[in-house]
Design a protein around this ligand. Structure first.
Ligand SMILES: *Cc1c(COP(=O)(O)O)cnc(C)c1O
Length: 376
C-alpha cells in the first residue's frame, strides 16, 4: 500500500507533470513573472467557471479577505460578524483593520455559521457578515443573504475551503460559492481544493464599482501609473502560480468528484456507528470535502489520533482552539464569549486523510483502523 498522507500533492502532480512543466518553462522563457498572460487567462477562466463577473487575483487567501474588507469602506470600530469556529485568517484580518470581530456560533450539524446566532449578534454598528464554507460545506446562504438584506449588511464569503461548491436556493437557482455574497474570497494554498505550488488567492464580485476598488487596493491604491488614490497594498498572484492554476482549474470538478467518492466510502464504513457522526450533506449544496471531519462521542480523541499514527495514518484537529479562545483577541473581549456549540465541536472533531488520490486499499485500511479503535 502507498503511504497515506493528509494531502497527497506529489501523486496529483505526477499525473499532470507534463502539462505543468511545459507551462512553467513557457513562463520562464517569457520572463513575464508578474502579470504575464497566464494571469489574465486564469482569471478569465475562473470567472467563467464561477459565473461571476469580476475575479481579482491576489497573493493569498488572507490578503483576499483583507482587501475585501478594505474595499467596503468600513470604519474602525465597525462590527464584523464571523464564526469563532474557523481558521484564524478569517477573524485576524478584521482585527488587523481595527474593525471589531464579533464571534458567533456555528451549527453543529453543518460546522458553518448559525443564522439565528447572526441575528442575535447584530447591533447598530454591525456592517458585515463573513460566512465561512468550512471543510467544503456551504454555509446557509439563503438565510444569510436574507438577514444581510434586512439589516443592510455586506456579506463576504470565505470560500478558501470550498471553491467549486455550489448552493441551490429555494427558487431553484444554483450559484457557485463565492459568487453569492457582496464579495467572495478564496485561497490557492497548495492543500486547498484548487491549490497552486506556492501562495495565491482571489476575490470575486458582481459589482463593477467594487471590482474597481478591489483592483486598485490590491495594487498600491493606484488609479493610473504612479497616481495613488487610496492606501492599498501589494498583493499579486504571480505568473508561475497562475499558469499552474489554469491547468488545475480544468481538473477541479474531477478533483471534487474524487474527494466526494472518498467521502462516500468513509460514510458507508462509519454508517450507523454510535460514537461517530459523519459529515452532514446539506440538501442545498454539493459538499466539496476539503476536509472529511467526524464528530466523536465518548471517544478518547487523543488516543484515537495516537492509535492511527501508530498505524501510519495521519489525522488532524481542525481547529483545536476557536477564535474566541485565542490570545490574539484578548483585547476584543474574546474571553467573555459563551459559545458552547463551538467549544463542544472543538473538543470532538477529527479530520481523516482527504485528497484526490486516495485509493480503495487506503480507504479500507483507514476506516477499518478507525473502527478497530472505536470497537475496542
Ligand atoms: C486557508 C484559509 C484562509 C487563508 O488562506 P491563505 O492563502 O493561507 O492566506 C482563510 N480562510 C480559511 C477558512 C482558510 O481555510
Amino acid at each position: 500500500m502507498r503511504p497515506i498522507q493528509m494531502v497527497d500533492l506529489k501523486l496529483q502532480y505526477g499525473k499532470i507533470k507534463g502539462e505543468v512543466d511545459a507551462a512553467l518553462h513557457e513562463v520562464l522563457d517569457s520572463c513575464a513573472f508578474i502579470n504575464g498572460k497566464p494571469v489574465t487567462d486564469f482569471t478569465n477562466h475562473l470567472s467563467a467557471y464561477l459565473d461571476v463577473k469580476h475575479v481579482i487575483p491576489c497573493a493569498n487567501g488572507t490578503d483576499a479577505l483583507q482587501i475585501a474588507m478594505m474595499a467596503l469602506g468600513l470604519e474602525p470600530g465597525d462590527e464584523v460578524i464571523t464564526p469563532s469556529f474557523t481558521y484564524v485568517a478569517t477573524t485576524e484580518v478584521v482585527a488587523l483593520l481595527r474593525l471589531k470581530p464579533v464571534f458567533v456560533e456555528v451549527d453543529t450539524k453543518t460546522f458553518c455559521i448559525d443564522p439565528i446566532a447572526i441575528e442575535k449578534a447584530i447591533t447598530p454598528k454591525t456592517k458585515a457578515i463573513v460566512p465561512v464554507h468550512l471543510y467544503g460545506q456551504a454555509a446557509p446562504m439563503e438565510e444569510i443573504m436574507a438577514i444581510a438584506k434586512k439589516h443592510n449588511l455586506f456579506v463576504i464569503e470565505d470560500t478558501a475551503q470550498a471553491i467549486g461548491g455550489c448552493y441551490t436556493f429555494s427558487n431553484g437557482v444554483t450559484k457557485k460559492l463565492g459568487a453569492i455574497g457582496t464579495i467572495g474570497t478564496t485561497s490557492f494554498f497548495p492543500s486547498k481544493n484548487l491549490g497552486c505550488y506556492g501562495d495565491g488567492g482571489a476575490i470575486f464580485t458582481e459589482d463593477d464599482t467594487l471590482a474597481g476598488k478591489l483592483k486598485m487596493i490590491a495594487n498600491h491604491g493606484q488609479s493610473r501609473r504612479y497616481y495613488h488614490d487610496v492606501v492599498g497594498c501589494n498583493s499579486r498572484l504571480d505568473t508561475i502560480q497562475a499558469a499552474i492554476l489554469d491547468i488545475k482549474l480544468k481538473k477541479l470538478d474531477e478533483y471534487i468528484d474524487a474527494r466526494r467518492k472518498a467521502a462516500d466510502y468513509y460514510d458507508n464504513a462509519f454508517a450507523g456507528h454510535a460514537s461517530v457522526t459523519v459529515p452532514f450533506r446539506a440538501g442545498y449544496s454539493r459538499h466539496v470535502f476539503h476536509q472529511y471531519t467526524l464528530i466523536l462521542e465518548g471517544v478518547n480523541r487523543d488516543k484515537l489520533h495516537e492509535f492511527l499514527a501508530s498505524k501510519n495514518i495521519p489525522s488532524m484537529i481542525y481547529y483545536p482552539v476557536p477564535a474566541h479562545r485565542q490570545q490574539m483577541f484578548a483585547n476584543f473581549g474574546a474571553s467573555s464569549y459563551q459559545l458552547p456549540a463551538t467549544d463542544w465541536l472543538t473538543e470532538r472533531v477529527i479530520s481523516l486523510p482527504m485528497h484526490t488520490e486516495l485509493d480503495e486499499e487506503q480507504l479500507t485500511y483507514i476506516s477499518s483502523s478507525v473502527l478497530e479503535f472505536l470497537n475496542s
